[in-house]
Ligand binder design. Structure first.
Ligand SMILES: C[S@@+](CC[C@H](N)C(=O)[O-])C[C@H]1O[C@@H](n2cnc3c(N)ncnc32)[C@H](O)[C@@H]1O
Length: 315
C-alpha cells in the first residue's frame, strides 16, 4: 500500500541501508532492493520464511532478515548502520486470507489472531476476560459502540461452551447487533479490537517509533503507513510533539520553539483513487514521514501520543 509514496519518502535509496520493520510478503523490501538499497527485513510472523528465502536468493549480500518484534528494531539491527526505517502497520493480506490464523470473520478458523507464535490467543481473551473487561477492550481498541451488548452476549454464550471459532463469534455478534445492508460486517470492530489486544499492537507501534528515533542518525528517514485512525493519531503525535511551539507565556514576547527530533519530509499522504480502485482496504491508509535532526533521542514515552487505554481489571 502507498508503495511509490513510501519510496519517495525514504529517497535517496541507492546504497541506503533501510530497515523494513514489517517485512510481510516482502513487497516493500523487494521495491527498496530494486532501487539499490540494502535491506534488513524484520517480522514476528514465522510464516514469512518463503518470501525471505526468495529475496535472499535474488539479492545476495544486500538483504538480511531478523525475526522478532519491531519494537526492538534497534537491537535487532545490531551494530549495522541504518539510514532509513519503514513500517507498514497492520495485518497482512496473507494473514487475513489464511483461515487457520483466525483473523477473518468471513471464514471458519480457530480464534487465534496471533501474528507470532507466543502469548494469549483471541479465544483466551474471549473466554476468560470479565464482561466489563471484554466490553472495555472492544470499545477502546475497536471503537465499537455496541461493545457492552457484544460483551454480554459473549459471556452468556460461553457459559454453554467456550467460543473457539471465528465464524461462531462473527455470527454471535451479527445476531446481537444486527446487520445493516451496505454497512461493514458487524463483527469488524470487535475483531479489530481483539487483534490489537492479542498482538499488543499499540505498545509495539510506540516502541518501534522510539526505536527508530534512537537508531537513525541525523538525516535518517522514517516512513510509517498506518491502517486506521487510532494508529495514525499515535504516529501524528509522535512526529508533531517536538515540532509544536512551547506553551505561550504572556510574560514573554514570543514562545521559543521546542527542539525537534524530526523535521517533516512532506504532509500526510492518503491512498489515491487509482490505488483505491485496486485495493479498497487502502481507504484509511495514511503515510507519515520525517527526517531525523541532530537532537538527542527522547526517552520512550507513550504519554501524550493518544494511545487508547485498556487495562484489565480497571473499573
Ligand atoms: C501490512 S503487513 C506488511 C506488508 C509488507 N509491507 C509487504 O509489502 O508485503 C504487516 C506485517 O508486519 C508484521 N508485524 C506486525 N506487527 C509486528 C510487530 N510488532 N513486530 C514485527 N512484525 C510485525 C506482520 O506479521 C505482517 O507480516
Amino acid at each position: 500500500m502507498l508503495l511509490s509514496e513510501v519510496l519517495d519518502a525514504l529517497a535517496p535509496l541507492d546504497g541506503a541501508r533501510i530497515v523494513d520493520g514489517t517485512f510481510g510478503a516482502g513487497g516493500y523490501s523487494r521495491a527498496l532492493l530494486k532501487e539499490g538499497a540494502r535491506v534488513i527485513g524484520i517480522d514476528r510472523d514465522p510464516t514469512v520464511a518463503p518470501f525471505v528465502d526468495a529475496l535472499t536468493r535474488e539479492f545476495p549480500g544486500r538483504f538480511a532478515f531478523v525475526a522478532g518484534p519491531f519494537s526492538e528494531l534497534d537491537a535487532l539491527a545490531g551494530e549495522r548502520q541504518v539510514d532509513g526505517v519503514v513500517l507498514d502497520i497492520g495485518v497482512s493480506s496473507m494473514q487475513l486470507d489464511q483461515a487457520e490464523r483466525g483473523f477473518s470473520f468471513m471464514r471458519s478458523g480457530p480464534l487465534d489472531m496471533r501474528m507470532g507464535r507466543e502469548g494469549e490467543t483471541a479465544a483466551d481473551l474471549v473466554n476468560t476476560l470479565s464482561e466489563t473487561d471484554l466490553g472495555n477492550l472492544i470499545f477502546a481498541f475497536g471503537e465499537e459502540r455496541a461493545s457492552r451488548r457484544i460483551a454480554k452476549a459473549i459471556v452468556a454464550a460461553r457459559e454453554t461452551a467456550p467460543i473457539t471459532d471465528t465464524l461462531e463469534l462473527a455470527q454471535l455478534i451479527e445476531k446481537t447487533v444486527g446487520r445493516k445492508p451496505g454497512a461493514p460486517h458487524p463483527a469488524t470492530r470487535t475483531f479489530q479490537g481483539l487483534r490489537i489486544a492479542v498482538n499488543g499492537e499499540f505498545d509495539q507501534l510506540v516502541g518501534a517509533l522510539f526505536a527508530a528515533e534512537r537508531i537513525l542518525p541525523e538525516g535518517g528517514r522514517l516512513a510509517v503507513v498506518t491502517f486506521h485512525s487510532l494508529e495514525d493519531r499515535i504516529v501524528k503525535r509522535f512526529f508533531d510533539q517536538t515540532k509544536t511551539a512551547a506553551p505561550r507565556s504572556r510574560h514573554l514576547p514570543y514562545s521559543a520553539p521546542v527542539e525537534a527530533c524530526w523535521a517533516p519530509v512532506r504532509k500526510a499522504v492518503r491512498a489515491g483513487s487509482a490505488e483505491l480502485g485496486r485495493n479498497p482496504r487502502a481507504r484509511s491508509a495514511t503515510l507519515r514521514s520525517g527526517v531525523r535532526t541532530s537532537i538527542a533521542a527522547r526517552p520512550e514515552q507513550a504519554a501524550g501520543l493518544g494511545v487508547p487505554g485498556f487495562r484489565r481489571g480497571a473499573a
